[in-house]
Design a protein around this ligand. Sequence first.
Ligand SMILES: [Zn+2]
Length: 255
Amino acid sequence: MHIHTLPALTDNYIWMIGVNHDALMVDPGVGEIALAALQTECLNLKAILITHSHHDHIGGIDMLLERYPDAQLFGPASVPHFQLKKVHHDEIIHPLPDMSFRVIATPGHTHDHLCYFQLDEQALFCGDALFSAGCGRLFEGNGEDLWVSMQRLRALPEVTRVFCAHEYTASNLRFVQDLWPENSHVVDYSQIVTKRRQSQQPTIPSMIDLEKSINPFLNWDHPQLIRRICEQNPGISTDPASILTALRQAKDRFR
Ligand SMILES: [Zn+2]
């Protein structure tokens, strides 16, 4: 199994998994880019996994299914396509022969956002639920939803590689350095990311153990972060949903 990184639009990644001559696409937002990659690698598209129905994740579906009409489309109910196979939390799916994914519901960014955890290779395709050093904006969900989602992702094996849908790492780390200056992992990792971005290298995939050390949204119960959030929001409740709501609001305000 080989996972190809296809940059698209300003800062999106489409993920293409190739096994022998078969391929699986995750969140093909741009049809031309996805088709060109399939042709270059001589791969036959068998399946498409969708995390949520924002256009930069589904924009290429029609073009792909026109060329590969037998490809199976998996995703949440809100994906607007008659060929969609709706999938649900904790379901195990086999989009390619001998390849299993566990579906993980991660509400918050959208109500029905899904992640896909590849069981054998321990690779997580998490769309806009989790980013490196950040998380997706709460367009539809609230802090309770975000807590449910972050608990599910934090519980994954530490060696899980994290394939999110956007290259937001550098700007996320600027926020985290400002919010959590005591965290030396953030300082160290920021230097690595700066170098990588200067040479136009992706910072994705990340890994769950790295994210646990730098990502504030996976650290709703860290005493330093709780203290900081309480300083910024006097009188706030320190339950996880309130802390995560305040963290997300601080990120939304950060420039
Ligand atoms: Zn989105």
